[in-house]
Design a protein around this ligand. Sequence first.
Ligand code: PLP
Ligand code: COI
Length: 440
Amino acid sequence: MTELRVRKVEIRGVPLIGYMRRLVDRGKLFPARIWEGKKVGVTYETNMGKTIGRIDDFRDIELTPSLHPGAFKQTFVDGPVLERAERILRETPALRGRMVPIEEKPMDWEGLDFSIRPSHAMFYAKIKKGEQWPRADLVPYEEIGIMPSAGVLNYGQGLFEGMKAYWSAAGNIVLFRPEDNAKRAQEGAKRLSLTPVPVEYFIDAVKRVVMANKHLIPPMGKGSLYIRPLLLGTGQILGVQSAPEHTFIVYVSPVGPYFKGGLTPIKLLVSRKYHRAVPGGTGNVKAIGNYAAGIKPSEEARSNGYAEVMYLDAIENIYIEEVGAANFFCVKDRIIYTPKLRGTILPGITRDSVITIARALGYKVFEKRISIDFAMQADEAFCTGTAAVVSPISSIVMEERIAIFNKGKVGPISTRLYQDLTAIQEQRADDPFGWVREIG
Ligand code: PLP
Ligand code: COI
């Protein structure tokens, strides 16, 4: 028999009436309006159906109406409220008998691409600038209230992270080097005057969101659950200053490959016109504004048949920096080269993993300035990232010049690094560097 699991509890009415009463007491509402047209109750949504419960069972639950201004309900998607709901449903046959089966379409895991799909739950915590991050509940993945004068909307005070959870060959739900994402987000927070999120807190939020959306993790080989932590200056501010309120969110979406075709080599366009970052800017952190500036260059490249733009340094316009949202590597005479981190390049976690694996395999890896001329003479090229994994590059075009690598096919060293990295990530091989975290 299927074990009953409660996925969602929606509480409407009574505790909010307490909240509404306070408004009434302050003369802000007429008592009659509290009840008009409002159902009072609890709705349980489970893996077996839906039913209406008794509000009395939840009288002591503290609600946070301010989270959803104007909504007279609160929805719980994890924590003690769900545990209590499960107990009540198990112990009350009359309630179970009233359950209306939910029609659930099985997920179609075939042909997943890198696009957003609605999920069940997200993490949401909000503080006054500089305060400690509080214990917070998961909430449904839905709109968040934000004022037009929020710092992030006006001045782009925000950063994000990109991570993945997936089923491994050993049958575990795993994360890859999540501490490094958390630490990078802390560096970004300092650069953008946001309140850093402690590493443990960050990882705990990620784990809870992943586990609450476990049913959205694609089966092995079909994709992964992309995790998007966001740290935003959401308070109102008119001058260019740090917003007085900061919000940390973690949401997820099941995804397939970032570049269409997975390990199919991609064509890149080198831009001499656009730059991604300047020394002293924010290129080395995942500031949201960095990505806004890349949209038009990427669109232009895509409309001309390229997968992405490759950026050069902003001073001399010669040295390779990055590929859209991934780090660049090339191979010449079996030596691996990647641009040195000098403040304008994002320190990719996949980049670091590939360097570590390559060195352990006995390859020389040089982190140095790489001119576009040098890269165009390379034997192989590829780019790395959480979304991109190891994506081989078939050709690079700059103005009238074209470089084709390994006759447009995936090179042997790129293939080896892809295989070794994904074998560690998917627990098909040992994890000598201690990178994989089992969370379920
Ligand atoms: N470079 C940029 C600009 C990125 O946005 C990303 C993606 O996160 C990367 C590189 C790759 O970083 P990571 O390997 O940590 O995902
Ligand atoms: C990632 O690789 O996780 C990224 O952040 C890329 C993203 C901009 C799509």
